[in-house]
Write a protein that binds this ligand. Structure first.
Ligand SMILES: [Zn+2]
Length: 137
């Protein structure tokens, strides 16, 4: 793993391949996303806004809570997720940026559009890989 300093380019921007850095930050309760001057929010971190082409993206603190926008319940998972099934993957709107993750803290059948979630980092049951968790209270 790289040091925090190495995770940035010389002019202070987050690397393009910064998804792990983002998970590290989220794990430390310092979640962020990148926002361009026009207000487009992006994750994982990137250097150019795909929406308008702006390059002066700023790190913005990730709101504590988001709401589930869409979700899918997975009953039969790929081998690396076999012991996690059934589980719910969802896209949640965090006031300007969308995050995709695995919903935890609630029964799969109780997940609904509008369910309030917070972003967290967890591990998959099967492979112990880091995964973005959308935690319902
Ligand atoms: Zn933009």
């Amino acid at each position: 793993m790289s040091e925090t300093d190495a995770a940035r380019t010389d002019d202070g921007r987050v690397r393009d391949e910064g998804y792990d850095d983002f998970l590290d930050a989220l794990d430390s309760d310092e979640g962020y996303y990148l926002e361009c001057p026009a207000g487009h929010g992006w994750l994982p971190p990137r250097r150019v806004c795909p929406e308008c082409g702006a390059t002066d993206l700023e790190e913005t603190a990730l709101p504590e809570y988001g709401e589930v926008e869409t979700f899918t319940t997975v009953h039969v998972a790929a081998p690396s997720f076999a012991d996690d099934a059934p589980y719910v993957t969802a896209v949640a709107d965090f006031e300007g940026v969308r995050l995709t993750g695995v919903v935890r803290g609630v029964d799969p059948e109780d997940v609904a559009v509008g369910t309030e979630v917070s972003a967290d980092v967890g591990e998959t049951e099967t492979a112990g890989e880091r995964v973005l968790v959308l935690r319902a209270e």
